[in-house]
Design a protein around this ligand. Structure first.
Ligand code: GDP
Ligand code: MG
Length: 174
């Protein structure tokens, strides 16, 4: 199976850190402003999956830059905020609405979306509680994980596995 995934969210929440962690298992620390589509293979339930991951670099506070093309391209979405940055959390709610109104599925509730609260290692600077993240995910029928791209490779892997499972479900249902 092939699946297209976009990683979206405010600047500096760790989109590139999450993507690079999946691809290389490493946390480098600085990622610059490159925007790329990466290809990554892995196996789940004995099936080979090829993920095309679009690590987006754009200023999402500018409403017009939200590209419909990216949303249409994607089979699934990883929406990232930082647990230390409330504004980035608010942007995730907006993104969910934009995605659901742009995607032309018959049942838009089925759009595969994972909400990720990143930088869990910085808990002493937390401004968004786990409950808020979980509640948003519950309301929007999305998956939710709190992770640390810096400290926990396994948590990052769970995000991508969770999304792939959701994508498999929707592809089977179509
Ligand atoms: P992007 O703009 O969303 O792609 O964010 P980056 O991946 O470039 O990360 C922005 C900054 O946050 C960089 O300095 C990263 O080192 C840092 N960062 C990313 N993820 C984490 C994390 O889980 N914990 C901590 N402490 N810093 C992180
Ligand atoms: Mg980036």
């Amino acid at each position: 199976m092939d699946a297209n995934v976009v990683v979206m969210g405010s600047e500096s929440v760790g989109k590139s850190a999450l993507t690079v962690r999946l691809l290389t298992r490493r946390f480098i620390g600085e990622y610059g402003d490159i925007e790329s589509i990466y290809s990554h293979n892995f196996e789940t339930d004995g099936r080979d999956i090829t993920l095309n991951i679009w690590d987006i670099y754009e200023d999402l506070s500018v409403e017009t830059s939200l590209s419909e093309k990216k949303i249409q391209w994607a089979d699934g979405f990883i929406l990232v905020y930082s647990i230390c940055d409330r504004a980035s959390f608010n942007i995730v709610s907006k993104l969910i609405q934009t995605i659901k109104s742009t995607k032309d599925y018959l049942n838009t509730d089925k759009v595969p979306i994972v909400i990720v609260g990143n930088k869990r290692d910085l808990h002493h600077r937390r401004t968004v509680s786990s409950e808020e993240g979980r509640l948003l995910a519950l309301k929007a029928d999305c998956l939710f994980y709190e992770v640390s791209a810096a400290e926990n490779y396994h948590s990052v892997l769970m995000v991508f596995h969770g999304l792939v499972d959701r994508i498999k479900d929707t592809k089977l249902a179509l």
